[in-house]
Each structure stands twice: as C-alpha cells, then as structure tokens.
Design a protein around this ligand. Structure first.
Ligand code: NBP
Length: 475
C-alpha cells in the first residue's frame, strides 16, 4: 500500500497531524531526521490507522502515491530549507511539498518561486491550534496555487476542525498568503490576550475583585457576545489555586510574558505595509515591557496617582469593562483585517476576508462566537472599508462609548496600564475625527525639510518659504 500523504518532522505537531490523517482513514508515510521518533509513533499509536514508517529520504518518497504530497513539520527557518533541499531532488514534476511550520511568509514566497521553477508545487500553510488542534482538528490556512489546493484541499479539509459542518480550512491565496494570514491571526491573538489581561487587571485593582471572583465574571461574559476559547481558559486559570502554596495560581506565575516572534513579525510587516495595527503593536510591546525587569525595578519607586484619586469600585465598572473589551476587540480585529487586505494588495493575493473569519471559528486559539459576526459583516458587504462601519459593530461601538471612555479614564486615574484599551479608543477617535493634527505635522515637515504640503482648498503641492518672506510657492 502507498500513502496518500507523508509527514516528515515528527515532533509534537508533526506527530499529531500524522495521527489526525491516519484517524481519518488516510495512509500516512512517516519520516523524521532521528528515526527513533518515527518508531515511537508507530509503537504508541500504530493502531490508530495505517502508518508507513520510513527511515531514509528515498524510502519516504517511494512510499508516497503520485503526485506525492510531503508535509514538512520541522522547526521553521534553516531546518525547513534543509529538509526541502533533501527531498526536492528526489521528487518529480507535479509533486508537492507542504510546509506546515511557522514560516515567515516572505520565506514561503521565496521557496514557492524556487520550487515552481523546478516543476514542484509548494504550499506554505498556517496551522493553528497547537498540539491539541493538530490532533483533533486545527484551523488550516493553506497558500500556494489553486492547482495545488485542488488536490491537497480535500485532505486538509478532512482533518481540519469543523464548525456547523464547515471545515476550518480554505485556500487563502497564492504563494505566501497562507503564512501571512496565519501571522496576522497570531498578531490578533496577541491583541486579544492583552485586552483580556487588562480587563483582569482592572477588575482586580480598580474594581477590587479577587481572582476567583474575576473567574466568575469571565464565566458570565463567556455566555454572551464575548464567548470564546480565550475567555473560557481565562476563567479556568483564575479559578485555579497553586497546589503547593494554595495561592491563586495567577499570583505565583512570574509576570513576564514571552513570545516566539509571530506578533513581532505582524508588526514588522504592518510597518512595511503602512498599516496602523496599534492594538497588536501595543500587545507585543506590553510583553516586551514585562520582560524588562531591570528597567521595571529601576522605575518601581516612581510616583503614581494619589491613593484616593482612583474612583475604585465605581458602580458599574465591571460592566463597563465588558463593553470596553468588546469595543477594543472590534478595533483589534479591524486592524488585523486591514493588514490582510493591504498584504493581499501588496503581494497580489485574492484573500476573502469573510472566509478567513470562517476558518478561524474553530480549531485555533482565537476561536470565538465573535468571528461569526465578522463573517456576517463581510457577507453583507465584501468591500467593507473597515469592520468598524459594519452595522452591528458600529452599533456596539456606539453603545460602548460611555463605558469605554470611563474605563480608559479609570485606568489612567488608578495608574493601571491599559495600552490595549486606550490605543483602541485612540484609533477609533482618530478614524472618526473630521480633522487630524496631521495638518500641523505636515506643516512642520514643510518648515524644517521643505517636504511640501497639499491644501484643503485646491489641488497641487505647495511649499512656504519659511526662511524668507513666507510666501507660498508651487512645488
Ligand atoms: P519543533 O519546532 O520543535 O521542531 C522539531 C522537529 O524539527 C523535529 O522533528 C526535528 O527533528 C526537526 N528538525 C530540526 Br529541529 N532541524 C532539522 C533539520 N536540520 N533537518 C531535519 N529535521 C530537523 O517541532 P514542533 O513544535 O512540532 O513544531 C513544528 C513546526 O510547527 C514548527 O515550525 C512550529 O513553529 C510549527 N507550529 C508549532 C505549533 C506548536 O504549538 N508547537 C503550532 C503551530 C505551528 P529531530 O527529531 O531529528 O530533532
């Protein structure tokens, strides 16, 4: 028997994806640099389906049905290139390499172009949901050509999570589109987590609730429009007591949030594309601030607000936080979808925004009821300029006005950092402002650098002779 698909790289992710394929009735060829991992998989899970273990690259390739489909699940970066170079020479035109690792989308573009020249298909695919998702149904974001998706898609859709019978997998767009969208998805995840962390901080230190009480608040929120995996696990974490000390678990965890880099990539790409993803950037920087322990220790004695200046336990603050969280979440997603649109325009992809919301509804970390709303927003208007103007979201933002502003003000008065909430509000206010002080900024640029400006009342570019008689000249 030959295998429908092969997986090389059998650490947690590859092993679980291979088992997922096998459990769905697809014979899977297995390969790993260190053969012990391959043997281990078959020993432990061999009864879950048809596995064809191989040790050499040649045997792995020979075990695959044609056109061959090799899933590479190795450490992203140089190992991915090494594995591609190991297998590509053994393949024939029409065969396909699928990179399910967390590759940077620009690497994926490079690899796709290179393999295309060699007659091979290359699919860089985002896989979200961690180990658990890989085994039981991830959200899958494949890029590459439509031709590649036509033969690979059904297999991926088979192992993806499903919501209301719809698989959380669709063809995202050409070459690096899948990894790009996965990257932005991770950026949104950072923003979402940051907003939840700020909500917790405010509930704890402005409202004055204990972690177990906050768990109850999150549990209640999870029955409404904020229902999501992240809110659900937040409640569980806050309810958990450290078995060793009996303290709330959240109090024994060191307050330093680490990152693997996809949030940073999202912001770097947004800077290149000129897309203001302020909420995602604040989330990345908030993690960065948390890690600067020396800086934090040096600043720890700096003055804050006078103790009575915080209107702690202001009535209704907890409800206001729910509204601020929802409004800020809308902003974060609006920024992420803006980046997807800008990336698609820059790199020549046709990405269906509504379809992205659809495939994030299950399998991945940001899965949430909210994504159905985004899907509906793009279904109602595929050319929506921003999620903020969708009827439902505009209404929610309108309803949140007092609450959102009072939460940001309460945070400032209490000295509780809320960069996610405040930057989301600032973005919202900037977009809806009729005039921005950018007029002054541009005038300054003309003053010191003769960078010229345009006028509100007629076309053309102008420069004022600031160092001379201050008359205006056409630039
Ligand atoms: P790791 O990222 O820890 O990679 C380990 C695998 O890479 C092993 O199979 C290892 O082989 C192989 N490998 C390395 Br390292 N260098 C190699 C080389 N030069 N040649 C051949 N093989 C090499 O595994 P993972 O956590 O399962 O993640 C796999 C991919 O999936 C990564 O790109 C990751 O970013 C991505 N991803 C991970 C998650 C997650 O939650 N963990 C989620 C989504 C995506 P060995 O056994 O011989 O050392």
């Amino acid at each position: 028997e030959q295998a429908r698909i092969g997986v090389t790289g059998l650490a947690v992710m590859g092993r679980n994806l291979a088992r997922n394929f096998a459990r769905h009735g697809h014979a899977v060829a297995l390969h790993n640099r260190t053969a012990a991992r391959t043997r281990e998989l078959v020993e432990q899970f061999g009864d879950e389906g048809t596995f064809i273990p191989t040790e050499t690259a040649e045997d792995f390739v020979a075990a695959l049905e044609r056109p061959r489909k090799l899933v590479v699940m190795v450490k992203a970066g140089a190992p991915t290139d090494a594995v591609i170079e190991e297998f590509a020479p053994l393949l024939e035109p029409g065969d396909m390499i699928i990179d399910g690792g967390n590759a940077h989308f620009l690497d994926t573009r490079r690899r796709e172009a290179d393999l295309r020249r060699r007659g091979l298909l290359f699919v860089g695919t985002g896989v979200s949901g961690g180990e658990e998702g890989a085994l039981n149904g991830p959200s899958i974001m494949p890029g590459g050509s439509a031709e590649a998706y036509a033969s690979l898609g059904p297999l991926l859709e088979d192992i993806a999570a499903t919501v209301d019978g719809t698989p959380c997998c669709t063809h995202v767009g050409a070459d690096g589109a899948g990894h790009f969208v996965k990257m932005v998805h991770n950026g949104i995840e950072y923003a979402d987590m940051q907003l939840i962390a700020e909500s917790y901080d405010l509930l704890r230190h402005a409202v004055g609730l204990e972690p177990a009480e906050i768990a109850e608040v999150f549990r209640t929120w999870n029955t409404g429009r904020l229902e999501s995996y992240l809110i659900e696990i937040t409640a569980e974490i806050l309810d958990h007591a450290d078995p060793e000390t009996g303290q709330p678990f959240v109090d024994v965890v060191l307050d330093r949030a680490e990152q693997k880099g996809t949030g940073r990539w999202t912001v770097q790409s947004a800077l290149d594309l000129g897309v203001p993803v302020a909420g995602i950037a604040e989330a990345v920087f908030a993690r960065s601030v948390s890690g600067h322990t020396g800086l934090r220790a040096a600043a720890a004695g700096l003055p804050g607000p006078r103790p009575n200046s915080a209107d702690a336990s202001a009535p209704g603050l907890a409800d206001a936080i729910e509204k601020a969280l929802y409004a800020s979440k809308i902003v974060a997603y609006a920024q992420g979808f803006h980046q997807i649109e800008a990336g698609a325009a820059e790199y020549g992809w046709e990405v269906d925004a509504g379809a992205m919301a659809t495939i994030w509804r299950g399998g991945c970390i940001i899965r949430a009821r909210f994504l159905d709303r985004i899907r509906a927003a793009y279904a109602a208007d595929p050319h929506l300029p921003t999620l903020l103007t969708d009827e439902h979201f505009a209404q929610a933002l309108g309803d949140a006005q007092d609450a959102w502003r009072s939460v940001v003000a309460a945070a400032a008065r209490a000295g509780i950092p809320a960069p996610g909430f405040s930057s989301a509000l600032a973005y919202y206010d900037a977009l809806r402002a009729g005039r921005l002080p950018a007029a002054l900024t541009q005038a300054q640029r003309d003053f010191f650098g003769a960078h010229t400006y345009r006028r509100t009342d007629r076309d053309g570019s102008y420069h004022t002779l600031w160092g001379g008689d201050r008359s205006e000249v056409t630039a």
